[in-house]
Structure formats: structure tokens, C-alpha cells
Design a protein around this ligand. Structure first.
Ligand code: PGA
Length: 252
């Protein structure tokens, strides 16, 4: 990945279409001068249809059903996303995992998204870090099970977002240190290398997510060599999100 990929995950926010349109317009204004960065906004699906059409911001989904179609109340299929010109979908976010998404179900979702030619942001991350390094085997299991049966050519459509749960949201213990992200990137690449090959490991994009702010974005992107960022709270503030975009865009 040469261009940085910056993803806004709005989660279940904001509460009205009016507010969603306002934040989106604010982001749209700032992307006018963005040239080297891919920008994806993942709003609540109800708001998508109304957001101003443009060729600067890609629209993503926050999750997708593990079934292709049928009697699944409340679910949205990969084919529906494709039909609405949605190009990315997050899967395996810790908040979706907390409401029941297992690695096995995430694997089904990935397969359906691939079948419908969508790009995938696969979130992984541990709840806590222990001195014995058990969190590393937890990450390894997430990757092995979520990517089971996914071929070398399919993985080109997948980026991994490392989001330690302890660094996410208002209850975050703290944000991750850049060194912790670097260590984890190396570990993820080692696992991908063992599962596929060295080139696949080299090429795979790894994003950082969890309390990303304009103040720490640059260090993850430059020192941490992150392929991009997954931004929660600060993506609901067009000014803050724009600062993150400007910072990503300066990096060659
Ligand atoms: P946060 O959320 O930036 O609000 O910590 C990140 C995420 O959950 O994707």
C-alpha cells in the first residue's frame, strides 16, 4: 500500500441525518486538497443514501451479515452493500465481536465480501496485555481463524486494523505506544508470512486504531509506518478528522 488509508468509523453516531450531512460536508471540504490519501467514511447505513455524492470519499460499511440473503432480521448483506456502491466493509470490530461475532462468523463475512468484490478491513486486537505474552497467541488465533481458507490472491483485498481493545473509546486505558504498534505489526507480518509468503506479508496493509487524535496520528503513520488509521471519536469532528487527513497526506 503506497497511499495511506484513513477510515472514519462513526459507529452509532450522530443521531440525525442533519448532523451526519454536516459532518460529511465538513470532511468533504477538507478532502478537496487531499491528493495522496484514500479516505473512507463508514456512517450508520441509514444515513448513506443521503450523503453528498462525490469522487473523493469512499463509503464503507461498519459490518455485514454472515449470510447471503433471507430471513435474517436487521441484517444487511454484502450484495446490498455492493448494490449501493459501498466499496469497503469493516469486519471483526471489537464492538461487533462483543455482540457475538466469532472468528468463524467473521470468516464467513469475509468470504461473502470477497465474493461481492468489496474491500475488507479486518479488525483484530487483544483485551489486555499480559506479561507471559498470551495476547500474542490470541492475535495469532484471530488471524488464523478469520483468514482460514482465504487465498493469496484474495488477501490483496484485505487490510488488517490492529485495534487493542484497551485503547478504544472513552473508556480507553490509554492509547497504544508507537513501539507497541510496531511490535504488533512485525508480529502480524510474521504470521501472514507463515500463512502465505514473504511477499504477501510485506504487501499487507496494517492500520492502527484506538484513540487516534490529530496529535498522535503522525507518529503512528511516520514512526510506526502504519498503512493508515481507523478513527472513531475524532472522525465525528470534521475539523479534527481533517487534521488527521492533512497529516496523512503530507507523508510520501
Ligand atoms: P476511538 O475508536 O477512536 O473512538 O477510540 C476507534 C474504533 O473503535 O475504531
Amino acid at each position: 500500500m503506497s497511499q495511506k488509508l484513513i477510515i472514519a468509523n462513526w459507529k452509532m453516531n450522530p443521531q440525525t441525518q442533519k448532523e451526519a450531512d454536516k459532518i460529511f460536508s465538513g470532511i468533504l471540504l477538507s478532502v478537496k486538497n487531499i491528493k495522496n490519501t484514500s479516505v473512507v467514511v463508514c456512517p450508520p447505513s441509514l444515513f448513506i443514501g443521503n450523503l453528498k455524492k462525490n469522487n473523493k470519499i469512499l463509503i464503507g460499511a461498519q459490518n455485514v451479515s454472515g449470510f447471503s440473503d433471507g430471513a435474517y432480521t436487521g441484517e444487511i448483506s454484502a450484495k446490498m452493500l455492493k448494490d449501493k456502491n459501498i466499496t469497503y466493509s469493516i469486519v471483526g470490530h471489537s464492538e461487533s465481536r462483543a455482540s457475538g461475532d466469532s472468528n468463524e462468523l467473521i470468516n464467513k463475512k469475509i468470504n461473502l465480501l470477497l465474493k461481492n468484490k468489496l474491500n475488507i478491513v479486518l479488525c483484530i486486537g487483544e483485551k489486555e496485555r499480559d506479561h507471559n505474552g498470551f495476547y500474542l497467541s490470541f492475535i495469532k488465533k484471530q488471524l488464523h481463524e478469520c483468514l482460514a481458507g482465504i487465498s493469496k490472491s484474495q488477501i490483496k483485498n484485505i487490510v488488517i486494523a490492529y485495534e487493542p481493545i484497551w485503547a478504544i473509546g472513552v473508556d480507553a486505558l490509554r492509547e497504544a505506544d508507537v513501539s507497541e504498534f510496531i511490535e504488533m505489526s512485525i508480529f502480524i507480518k510474521k504470521i501472514i508470512g507463515d500463512m502465505y509468503d514473504v511477499k504477501t506479508a510485506h504487501d499487507i496493509g496494517i492500520l492502527y486504531g484506538g484513540s487516534v487524535h490529530p496529535e498522535n496520528a503522525e507518529s503512528f503513520l511516520i514512526e510506526g509506518r502504519a498503512s493508515g488509521l481507523l478513527v472513531g471519536r475524532d472522525s465525528l469532528n470534521a475539523k479534527k478528522f481533517s487534521k488527521i487527513l492533512i497529516c496523512a497526506d503530507k507523508i510520501k
